[in-house]
Design a binder for this molecule. Structure first.
Ligand code: ADP
Ligand code: ADP
Ligand code: ZN
Length: 214
């Protein structure tokens, strides 16, 4: 099963993608996580990506597409994957379609996690991320067992550099300009499924499971 997660920054794509990956035993591929790992390791790719991410802008397609194609050609992707944060532009979607088409395969579902802008700022200001494993929490909605410590690996939690309110505003406008057109793109392909992302995490997941299993 090949699944794409769509939705504004902070809509809960990552949270749901991890649950899907666990449930169906397919890899969770987050381009944001790949960029952040490169930033931590101070690779040239990481340094370049960081200059865009810190401003709340998209990393250029040329860079992003290469990384994604490389990742999905990995052996562990042969039974499918869940993409979180890719595609974010129409050209990125076209590249993915072509790559999947060349294998005589297709994307099965584009799951759009719908959350209005008003809720996003609150989601993002409370988000905390693990410095080591990338696990995500929310101080109010999904608090870790111990304050500022990752449940999974015990490392400290931080506020992501790009989750500051000024940057979030820019990310939201970038989302509306460059990424939201993908909703139409996948609607036309007949694989768009929209879920109400304002519900509780487990309710959203139950809705997604219903879609994937229908
Ligand atoms: P969120 O879903 O909260 O926006 P991500 O971790 O998906 O966070 O992305 C963080 C940042 O990484 C984005 O704002 C963007 O700069 C960069 N990024 C991630 N994926 C892509 C992509 N597919 N194309 C371009 N930039 C990307
Ligand atoms: P995205 O990957 O779309 O940027 P995340 O999955 O990181 O979004 O979620 C953004 C923030 O909102 C995180 O702090 C997360 O814990 C929290 N969150 C995710 N889903 C929900 C939900 N359904 N209700 C409340 N908070 C949520
Ligand atoms: Zn951790």
């Amino acid at each position: 099963m090949k699944i794409i997660m769509l939705g504004a920054p902070g809509a809960g794509k990552g949270t749901q993608a991890k649950k899907i990956a666990d449930q169906y035993q397919i890899p969770h591929i987050s381009t944001g996580d790949i960029f952040r790992a490169n930033i931590r390791e101070k690779t040239p790719l990481g340094m370049e990506a960081k200059s865009y991410m810190d401003k709340g802008e998209l990393v250029p397609d040329e860079l992003t597409v290469k990384i994604l194609l490389d990742r999905v050609s990995n052996e562990d992707c042969k039974n499918g994957y869940v993409l979180d944060g890719y595609p974010r532009t129409i050209p990125q979607a076209e590249v993915l379609d072509r790559a999947v088409g060349e294998l005589n395969e297709r994307i099965d579902f584009a799951v759009n996690v719908d959350v209005p802008d008003e809720n996003i700022i609150k989601r993002m200001s409370g988000r905390r991320a693990c410095t080591k494993c990338g696990d995500t929490y929310h101080i109010e909605y999904m608090p870790p067992k111990k304050e500022n410590v990752c449940d999974k690996c015990g490392s400290p939690l931080i506020i992501r550099d790009d989750d500051k309110p000024e940057t979030v505003k820019n990310r939201l406008s970038v989302y509306h300009e460059q990424t939201a057109p993908l909703i139409d793109y996948y609607e036309k392909k007949g694989i768009l499924k929209t879920v109400d992302g304002t519900k509780d995490v487990n309710e959203v997941f139950a809705d997604i499971k219903n879609i994937l299993e229908s």
